[in-house]
Ligand binder design. Structure first.
Ligand SMILES: Nc1ncnc2c1ncn2[C@@H]1O[C@H](COP(=O)(O)OP(=O)(O)O)[C@@H](O)[C@H]1O
Ligand SMILES: [Mg+2]
Length: 307
């Protein structure tokens, strides 16, 4: 049988599996359209397939081996009857692309955030989802022997970038390192912000997508995007403080440690990002600003002073 343009056997098989055996030929794909928004370095394009009867699913082409590995692990677990972590996007199929990279087919989340304010008020649900996600990745690692990304040594990165430009930096970094060293690295999503978060159908849980950066990290590091809110507005700042407080309680880690982990990661990333944009001085300025906020967070750990 010939297939309409843009629909190949792999996509048709996914559509068939989605009909749950209700019809022998499966649900029919009626349209395929490209999705805009994929900006990750490993993303080769996204497509939305719509089915007759109103269903839909998404295909992501990616060169991220990690994303493919996690998708495969989830599919194996589902086939074995294990429950899926509700904070993890559901994959429908995953395969190497003969043209290079991988093809990942997944459920379409009805609602993926469009701006910061979409998450306002959802601090507790986001902390809950992040904790569930971390535990689920840890369990998948044990079951499948996954090699996850090692934690980036953001303090060493900052040391290289900033030492020699200001006397205090070495001592600042050493203090942060020893404070954070008492807490284990944890698996984390590491790219949590509104374009990578959607809602389950019943809107009860937040669901994470885009797993290219999943790996071990410092406590709180996965909230580095939200740490940037400390310098944006009172509302953004309140969001970060509430989110890290909730996450700290769930993980039994002091909120100040979570915030420090988020701020040092934001510092290192700002430095890398601005340098890539040809603005190394701005990168240094931002890195210092976030290092200062990380120090404030640590102080707050031992007193009741607000960050
Ligand atoms: N399963 C999905 N359901 C709904 N929207 C999605 C889904 N997957 C991707 N998208 C949309 O496409 C965008 C890019 O996808 P993403 O996996 O985050 O790629 P990238 O690695 O390029 O950021 C997302 O921010 C979201 O808007
Ligand atoms: Mg993304």
């Amino acid at each position: 049988m010939s297939l309409p343009p843009g629909i190949d056997a792999a996509a048709r098989d996914v559509a068939q599996s989605l009909s749950g055996g209700r019809s022998a030929s499966g649900a029919r794909i009626v349209t395929v359209q490209p999705l805009t928004g994929g900006t990750g370095a490993s993303t080769g394009g996204l497509r939305l397939y719509r089915l007759d009867g109103g269903g839909a699913f998404i295909e992501k082409r990616t060169t991220s081996e990690l994303e493919y590995t996690l998708a495969r692990a989830q599919l194996v677990d589902t086939a074995a009857g294990l429950p899926r972590c509700p904070a993890m996007l559901r994959y429908l199929a995953a395969m190497p692309d003969p043209a290079g990279g991988y093809r990942l087919f997944m459920e379409r989340l009805e609602e993926v955030g469009g701006n910061d304010s979409w998450l306002w008020g959802a601090e507790a649900r986001l902390a809950e989802a992040a904790e569930a996600f971390s535990l689920a990745i840890a369990a998948m690692r044990r079951r499948h022997g996954l090699a996850l990304r090692p934690a980036p040594d953001v303090l060493a990165m900052l040391g290289k970038a900033l030492t020699g430009t200001k006397d205090a930096t070495d001592a600042q970094l050493a203090t942060l390192r020893s404070a954070l060293a008492g807490y284990p690295l944890r698996p984390a999503h590491n790219d949590l912000f509104w374009p990578n978060i959607g809602q389950s159908q019943d809107a009860e849980t937040l669901v994470f997508l885009d797993f290219a950066l999943v790996g071990d990290n410092l406590p709180g590091a996965e909230f580095h995007h939200f740490a940037k809110g400390l310098t944006k507005s009172a509302r953004h700042r309140a969001f970060f403080l509430a989110l890290t407080l909730q996450a700290a309680e769930r993980a039994s880690i002091p909120a100040g440690i979570m915030r420090a982990g988020a701020c040092v990661t934001a510092a290192a990333r700002a430095r890398t990002r601005e340098t890539r944009r040809g603005r190394p001085e701005e990168g240094q300025r931002l890195a210092r600003r976030f290092l200062g906020l990380a120090e404030d967070a640590l102080q707050e750990r031992s007193s009741t002073r607000e960050l």
